[in-house]
Structure formats: C-alpha cells, structure tokens
Design a binder for this molecule. Structure first.
Ligand SMILES: [Zn+2]
Length: 138
C-alpha cells in the first residue's frame, strides 16, 4: 500500500498522534499525512478512503473533503471522485457561493442596481471581521 503524493511533509508539532499505530504529521499543504512505513507518508484522507474501498487511490482519483476542511478526515466527510468530476464540483461550489452571496447581499440592499448607469454597486459598509488566533487550514 504505497502511494506517495505528498513527498514533502513536515513533522507535526504534536507528533504524538497515531492512527492504526502509524504516526500522523501535518504536510506543508495543511493536510494530515500518515507515515505507513519509514519515509513513506500518504495523505490521511487517502489512507482512510483506501481502508474503506480496500484498494489504493488511483492517480486518476481524488479524495475530496465534503466540508472543505482538509483536516476533517472522518469517513463521512470524504468522497472519492475522478479528477475531472472533482474539479467540476469545486467550480460548482464557487458558483453556488457566488450566487447565494450575491442574492443575500442584494436582498439586504448592500448590493444594488443603479438604473441610470445600468451597473451594480455596493454600499460602503463597515465589515467587522473577528480576528482569529489560529490560522484556518482551508
Ligand atoms: Zn475537493
């Protein structure tokens, strides 16, 4: 069961975490990776999916995080796609987000249509963003 996609990986700050007896690390892309043998690390989401389907993840396949949180590797948060369908679904997410965000902002009058100029405009609003202490891993 050797499938090395993440060759570059850094040891996790807390490397006491183990799954199935294998140490878990954080890769440079914020993914969790699992060291299945000396020097051989695979993404944890691939490992979890491989265990479910009983075979390796093919190069043409991608294990997708349903909630887009790369660190949520629960089986019910993972979905096996072929690469092109995976790319399409990410585009779909963007479309859904843009559409819904636009609708909400338009409904609230934050975005409005200027009939004279025939263009959309946005009101100046003060947006307060709560500062987070931990950088999200998305
Ligand atoms: Zn994805």
């Amino acid at each position: 069961m050797v499938n090395i996609k993440n060759k570059k990986s850094f040891p996790c700050r807390n490397n006491r975490e183990h799954i199935d007896g294998f140490p878990v690390y954080r890769s440079y892309k914020c993914y969790d990776v699992i060291e299945v043998s000396e020097g051989c690390r695979i993404p944890l989401h691939d490992y979890v999916m491989q265990k479910k389907i009983g075979r390796e993840i093919k190069q043409s396949e991608v294990v997708h995080h349903i909630d887009l949180n790369k660190r949520n590797n629960n089986l019910d948060n993972l979905f096996l796609y072929n690469r092109s369908k995976h790319r399409k679904e990410h585009e779909n997410i963007k479309r859904l987000l843009e559409k819904n965000l636009f609708s909400k902002l338009f409904e609230k009058g934050v975005i409005y249509f200027d009939y004279k100029e025939g263009i959309y405009k946005m009101k100046d609003i003060e947006i307060k963003i709560k500062e987070k202490t931990n950088k999200p891993c998305l």
